[in-house]
Structures are given as structure tokens and as C-alpha cells.
Design a protein around this ligand. Structure first.
Ligand code: FES
Length: 125
């Protein structure tokens, strides 16, 4: 049985103890709704999205098409981020590239809220 970082919040214990760590990135109220911000967590640049209420998502912040920060882009509908450089789009929830020239999906990371605290799950590197 394999597991992925997205399994971290499924309640099931991974078959192999995986090196996933949760990082507190702030309180819910620290983030505007329908907005994206850049976070630096260790060596990694993360785009953290708050879509509404306690609905948070996280992806790599660097576009898979070129050197641009998705956190400088625009949330164009309920769940799509548009890259500011060439207009490629990604589904914020799944990371899927949904609009050219972006073709390669962006990596996503599990996010959850516990007692008002926003927790991001990352692989250990
Ligand atoms: S750099 Fe993002 S679409 Fe080209």
C-alpha cells in the first residue's frame, strides 16, 4: 500500500511512517478570503489560497511553465489561479493545468484548519 501527502489528513494512518510534517502558517483571520499569498516554508515557496470561510488550499508557488509566482496571479473563478506571466491557469484544488500555455500540473499540499490555526502538511526534505 502506498500513501501520499494528501493522505495525511484522511484519518487513516499511513502504512509506512511517512516523513510528513505539519506546519502552522497562521490563523484563519490572518488571510483574506478569495486571495492568495506567498509563504516561504523551509526551502519551499508555497502559494496559500483562502477561497472562503475556512476553505484553504496550497500549491507550489512557481509556475510549471516558467519563472513566475502564482501568488502574483489572479483567482479567476472559484477555484482557478491564473499565472501573471502568460496566463496559464491551474485548478487550485487539484493542481491540474487547465489553461495553456500551462501543461504540467502544479504540486498541491494538504491544508487544514484546527482551532482557528491553518496547518500545512509538507514532505520532509
Ligand atoms: S510562466 Fe506561468 S504560464 Fe508561463
Amino acid at each position: 500500500m502506498s500513501s501520499s501527502p494528501s493522505d495525511a489528513f484522511e484519518g487513516a494512518r499511513p502504512a509506512v511512517e511517512q516523513s510528513v510534517r505539519e506546519v502552522s502558517v497562521g490563523r484563519v483571520d490572518d488571510f483574506q478570503e478569495n486571495a492568495v499569498v506567498q509563504l516561504t516554508v523551509g526551502q519551499r515557496l508555497i502559494a496559500l489560497y483562502r477561497l472562503g470561510g475556512e476553505e484553504f488550499f496550497a500549491t507550489d508557488d512557481i509556475c510549471t511553465h516558467g519563472q513566475a509566482f502564482l501568488s502574483d496571479g489572479w483567482i479567476t473563478d472559484e477555484c482557478t489561479i491564473e499565472c501573471p506571466l502568460h496566463g496559464g491557469c491551474f485548478d487550485i484544488r487539484t493542481g491540474k493545468a487547465v489553461e495553456p500555455p500551462a501543461e504540467i500540473d502544479i504540486r498541491t499540499f494538504p491544508v487544514r484548519v484546527r482551532d482557528g490555526e491553518v496547518l500545512l502538511a509538507l514532505d520532509e526534505e
